[in-house]
Design a protein around this ligand. Sequence first.
Ligand SMILES: *[C@@H]1O[C@H](CO)[C@@H](O)[C@H](O)[C@H]1NC(C)=O
Length: 422
Amino acid sequence: MARLVVCLLLVFGVVQGRHEKYEGHQLYKVAGTSEKIAALEGHLDILSATPSARSQSGYLEALVRLSPEVRQQWLQYFDENSMPFSKIADNLAEILRDEDASIKTSRIAAKRSGRSISWDTYYNHDEINEYLDQLGEEYPDLVTVINAGLSYEGRQIKYVRISTTRFENQQKPVIIIDAAVHAREWVTPPVALYIIHQLVVAGADSALTNGIDWVIIPLANPDGYQFSIEEDRLWRKTRSRAHANSDACPGVDGNRNFDHYWGTNAASTNPCTITYEGPSAFSEPEIRVIRDVVLQQLSRASLYISLHSYGNMFLYAWGNNGTLPANGLILHLAGTIMATAIDELALEKADPYIVGNAANVLYFTTGTSRDWTRAVGIPLTYTLELPGYEYLFSVPPEYIEQIVTETWAGIAAGAHYVLSSS
Ligand SMILES: *[C@@H]1O[C@H](CO)[C@@H](O)[C@H](O)[C@H]1NC(C)=O
């Protein structure tokens, strides 16, 4: 038994003491106008931003992490700028150690179940790739696993194509979904894997496989993801070191690296911020994988969703200036259909989903996948922020099944909308 535990810990790469860097870091909720919250973006680690009280327009609440060294200075800044704040957690390292313990337990239970994958624990990059290859072998008529290219550190990025017609029927719409562009958003790969599972293994809704071709990238940023498991739970970016000052500050924010108004937001030019846009648009190999898939399927792509965590939101274009694309009404309608399907299955304590323009709901962003995919011609494109409940970004394994189930209902509703309107 003891040996089993040690072995499982190594598989998920859990290393003792790696949370020490967050000893004494506190989490605060801070509120303010969207301009005031946006101004923090380049200077603080914003773990999530959501509309405040879900009503007052233009007012946001952000969850930020404050180290002991900078805490006083920032609290004073919040005071001086009339930004109400409250403490949410006293010691982030403690939260992360608790998370380790619950994942450890969940992995032991999952291993015992004997299934190759289950919806009550988290998996590492190798395990996810192995599972995808296994699906490709078991369902050769439906699933094609594509080795799309290597990450900066040389990990294979795989995606699956799901099609009853080998992607040869040019009449079918294509739906494209990616997950874990942001490394620390661990609950996103299980959602992508569950969508694959429902379509392929469970055969949950044959209309959706007969009528639609699917492209699903369950782990778009494997370097960052592994780094978040092994070294720094809060890592968000890639791990590239191809830019100035990258020895001190490696990595690029993949969701600021797309070529849409790239380079127009001053807050994203500093490599040491977590929203660093990169040395050039599409500088990141991981992001070029997404770009190439999208361009390859462009003539048929009808819906693109990038899975993120957390905040319970469907966000659509344009994030760069807050105006709506020509099909803004349809974007809102399809987003609402998906959000409603999720809300129907959501836990009592979950906030209802918000559907809206990214800049109006939150603040201006440039270089996002949602805006770029809309600009190149996919009609329906969204950033989907999954639930975090009171656990924020570190969703305990026992909530995975709830999240994958309800989110599948939303995706299925969106897919039926695509079918009915194509
Ligand atoms: C806002 O940005 C979009 C592209 O994201 C562009 O097409 C539109 O013209 C811009 N609108 C204004 C008012 O600048």
